[in-house]
Design a protein around this ligand. Structure first.
Ligand code: DI6
Ligand code: FE
Length: 401
């Protein structure tokens, strides 16, 4: 690959050694032949020779490529019919009887071929990439049986091989109780934490392990069994915690050194303190908050006070957040959760990377990191949070290309 420089740009490096967004006016990014950043800083510090190709950014802003650190991108079917039934007054039971709910997505995912799952996820991925996303996390959790969980994760891996984007995979076998295990949740957890995770790990299909710790999901004790199995496989953990109630999942996750605890609307002070101490990132998901018309806000002030890092993501899934726009998540993070634009932007860059254990690899413009860039037609970074439904991306660069 040629040595490339993007010059005449304004940089929001997001680097921790600078205040705020790490702004550098009259900046440049230099990328080496290996696709890694050689220099991200003042333009006058660029070397005077050895650059093969120069791109004039004409004063545009460069941020790190965006990171969507929580998605359920790979699934079969959709739930538009359920959405419609509800808006026509159907009750939860009626929706379930009409074949709706998470079980309907499980059915559709089980029935879908690998190619069909790939094709539908690829379209959603394209929408995210068009807004500057260069790293995405993808969870399983709509198979709830070994074969289909493996198929979802294989599709996620294949997206990472065939598309110019970094894909981080998460095994979420403990997402919901499959109908065939009705009233036998412990037996299902034995399967997830045993043979299912063994099969996932044997194929190297997961970078992390997640669970849904909730009244309608799995108990803290069941979650702990899954985490212990992850530990045996030396896989980091994350957790859907405190979304609908407070089961103290965030503190449990922190005890296992979790990369992140996600949702967190019902988080309490002890949970926030435990997360801060463990360095567990708080992933906020305003799309789900909006779509299910949640009213309890995640305790952002508490997270700030304890110094927890905050990330933002789409939670792209067919049930609670059918959203394929990380820019919209930025806007919602600010309007619904009152994050500052600076906090929101850190949430889809540096802190999003940390939520995936990729803090050394991407998420900031710093020498040594992957040259993942989003170049924007904007006057100030806050515009990325401010507009609704407008995409000011000029160019997207992944690993220097
Ligand atoms: N929390 C959610 O909001 C989604 N999963 C989860 O653990 C809902 C998934 C769905 O309804 O399909
Ligand atoms: Fe989720």
């Amino acid at each position: 690959m040629p040595i490339r420089a993007w010059r005449n740009a304004r940089l929001a490096t997001m680097a921790p050694d600078r205040p705020g967004l790490g702004v550098i006016e009259r900046g440049a990014v230099l990328c080496g032949a290996d696709g890694r950043i050689l220099h991200a800083g003042p333009e006058h510090e660029l070397p005077s020779s050895g650059i093969d190709e120069t791109i004039d950014c004409e004063g545009r802003w460069i941020t790190p490529g965006l990171i969507d650190c929580h998605t359920h991108l790979v699934f079969g079917g959709d739930r538009a019919h359920e959405f419609e039934l509800r808006l026509n007054g159907a009750s939860y039971e009626e929706v379930a009887r009409a074949g709706g709910g998470i079980v309907s997505t499980v059915k559709a995912t089980r029935a879908a071929s690998e190619d069909a799952l790939f094709a539908s996820a690829d379209r959603r991925l394209s929408a995210l990439m068009a807004e500057g996303v260069t790293t995405i996390e993808v969870k399983s959790g709509y198979g709830l049986e070994t074969d289909t969980e493996l198929r979802q994760l294989r599709v996620a891996r294949r997206l990472g091989r065939e598309r110019p984007v970094s894909v981080s995979t998460t095994f979420l076998g403990a997402h919901a109780l499959p109908p065939e295990f009705r009233d036998r949740a412990d037996a299902y957890i034995d399967l997830v934490a045993g043979p299912m995770l063994d099969a996932v790990a044997a194929e190297g299909l997961a970078d992390a392990v997640d669970a849904f710790c909730e009244g309608i999901g799995f108990s803290p004790a069941q979650t702990e069994s899954v985490f212990e199995a992850a530990r045996r496989h030396r896989l980091p953990v994350k957790l859907h915690a405190e979304q609908l109630s407070n089961l103290h999942g965030a503190a449990l996750a922190a005890r296992f050194g979790a990369l992140s605890a996600d949702h967190l609307e019902h988080l309490d002070e002890a949970g926030a303190a435990a997360m801060a101490k463990a360095g567990t990132v708080a992933v906020l998901l305003p799309g789900a908050f909006y779509f299910i018309r949640e009213t309890k806000m995640p305790p952002v002030d508490l997270l700030r006070r304890h110094g927890c890092r905050i990330a933002l993501a789409t939670d792209c899934n067919p049930g609670s957040s059918p959203m394929t726009s990380l820019l919209l998540a930025l806007n919602m993070g600010c309007t619904l959760f009152r994050l500052t634009p600076e906090e929101a932007l850190l949430g889809v860059t540096r802190h999003g990377a940390a939520a995936l254990g990729l803090g050394g690899e991407t998420g900031t413009l710093e020498a040594g990191k992957s040259c993942d860039l989003a170049i924007w037609e904007i006057e100030r970074p806050a515009e990325l949070c401010y507009r609704i439904g407008f995409n000011p991306l000029w160019r997207r660069v992944w690993r220097g290309r």
